[in-house]
Design a protein around this ligand. Structure first.
Ligand code: BEZ
Length: 213
């Protein structure tokens, strides 16, 4: 069955470009983003992995480990990494799982047989320190993901986890946030001593908590 928001992510051991990992141990106490790509030596995937590597410092800043996956073996990943560096100007700097037996792809429902019997779709799992799914994205093989959007998504779910705020439509880092409905006005007085603007009783706007000035 598909993994859903709030589910605990399945643990597994796997070969990666950085050696064998046990996934829950590898995640440790922090956040993680696991993303699949359909196949090595394909054009869109090449651009995605270069961009993910370029943005790794941004994920690091947020305490998020990133890890890729495709159903190719490690020697293929290593050979392809040279092409990624050559064409994208960025060396791989995070592990890529060699899921040649599709063990992880099956566990995480990354193969959608009506799209392809053999390749994974472009799945993204944002995983919290509690090892639970905080968000997922699924794109077809033909559409490269926007890794800035994945960072924006991480920022949003981290704000919710830390401050009990939600983020409105088209929110960007630094924009105002919304107090989640589960927080009563009484609780909000403690959490947001600077106050909030209530456009409706259920629509309470606060400056982004913890915003760097
Ligand atoms: C790509 O990464 O370019 C790709 C992979 C599989 C199908 C279509 C595109």
């Amino acid at each position: 069955m598909a993994l859903r928001i709030g589910d605990t992510v399945p643990d597994f051991t796997a070969e990666t470009t950085e050696g064998q990992i046990s996934f829950h141990n590898w995640l440790g106490e922090g956040w993680g983003v696991l993303f699949s790509h359909p196949k090595d030596f394909t054009p869109v995937c090449t651009t995605e992995l270069g961009e993910a590597a370029r943005l790794k410092p941004e994920f690091d800043k947020r305490g998020v480990k990133i890890i890729g996956l495709s159903v190719d073996p490690t020697d293929s990943h290593h050979a392809w990494a040279k092409d990624i560096e050559e064409t994208q100007g960025q060396a791989l700097n995070f592990p890529v799982i060699a899921d040649h037996d599709r063990k992880v792809a099956d566990l995480y429902d990354m193969i959608h047989p009506n799209a392809s019997e053999t390749f994974t779709v472009r799945s993204v799992f944002v995983i919290g320190p509690d090892k639970k799914v905080k968000a997922t994205l699924t794109y077809p093989a033909s559409t490269g993901r926007n890794f800035d959007e994945i960072l924006r998504l991480v920022d949003s779910v981290q704000l919710t986890a830390k401050y009990s705020v939600a983020t409105p439509v088209n929110w960007k880092q630094g924009d105002d946030c919304i107090i989640v409905p589960a927080v009563t006005d009484e609780q909000a007085k403690e959490k947001f001593p600077g106050g909030w603007t209530a456009l409706k009783p259920y629509l309470r706007i606060v400056p982004q908590p913890g915003k760097e000035s």
